[in-house]
Design a protein around this ligand. Sequence first.
Ligand code: A3P
Length: 346
Amino acid sequence: MASEFPYVLNPFPEEVQTKLKAKFLGFRGGLVDVEGRHAMPAHYGRFAERYFNYKFQKDDVLVMTFPRSGTTWTQEIVWTMRNQVDVDTAAKVPLDVRVPFIEFDSLQPEHLPLAAPIEEAYRSRHPGEDPRDKGIFLDLVDALPSPRTIKTHLPFSLLRPDLLDSCKVVYVARNPKDVCVSYYHQQRLVKVAEFVGDFPEYVDFWTQDLLLQAPYWPHLAEGWARRHHPNVLFLFYEDMKEDILRELGRLNTFLGTALTESQLQTVARHTSFSGMKSRGATNPTAALQESGEFKKGEAAFIRKGTTGDWTNFFTPELEEKFGEWMEKWRPTSEEIPFRYQIKIPE
Ligand code: A3P
């Protein structure tokens, strides 16, 4: 039996909405706050209960992250590992079809067109039905053959409470300064948000936790609290950058994929930053700029892929402001052992 969605969706106060809408042109419909755990477009209300009750399958694997923490990289890794290192299919079929973003129907603003190929697939499966109502991404997840790998930025608390009895979760975390810089560029690029301010203005929103799918720390806290659960693998982006074969080894054990050392090396090569940036299946920036889903003239979705890029954007003033925000979120912000710079062996 479906459970009632246990949280109240509160529209942000009028003056906050006005501020947000002036700088994020994609937030025309306004944002709602899910009791301090997540900020979503208002029409998330139509889907919240369905996500909360979504019954995952025993062999599903969820890649769960706060945005810009290495989701796409991990999606490609996990899909390739769970599909016999089929790098040819991975190069041809778009990642968002192989590893759908389950809640994207609730992020896509109602004034923008739906993702064309995914809408077409929906219409052929359900002639005459309204795709906005049913959700084309939810439907894509339903239609996916096993073993399914699924992307989500929803925190644990917005999915079913017994989630970990039914599937596995790979949770990826990245230090908040690099996430902030990366999210700034992505929010300028995607029409879902279309941020039109500069970086200091973005930090202003960030430090007030006024961002899509924010706040950051409660999301991280929920993942961190479950890191010892046998059905959770908690990864750090920085560890993946430092030694990808070591982290692929951990995934191999967790996923039960039993890949050989040589297959893991193939996965590492296939999912390298340059490889993923060069392939349309994982970096559809140019195509989505043409279709109007991404804005032209902005940095690519797969952008720089380093640890420590924040040093190129944070002035001492911005660092101070960020530090105050970190203080505000103690003890979580102290507990998770993030690295802000790493040394990568030659
Ligand atoms: P930058 O903007 O710092 O470059 P997400 O997929 O969660 O949105 O995260 C996007 C971030 O991961 C971007 O960071 C992107 O460049 C980086 N990324 C994507 N693929 C990567 C890869 N194969 N190796 C390292 N980083 C990658």
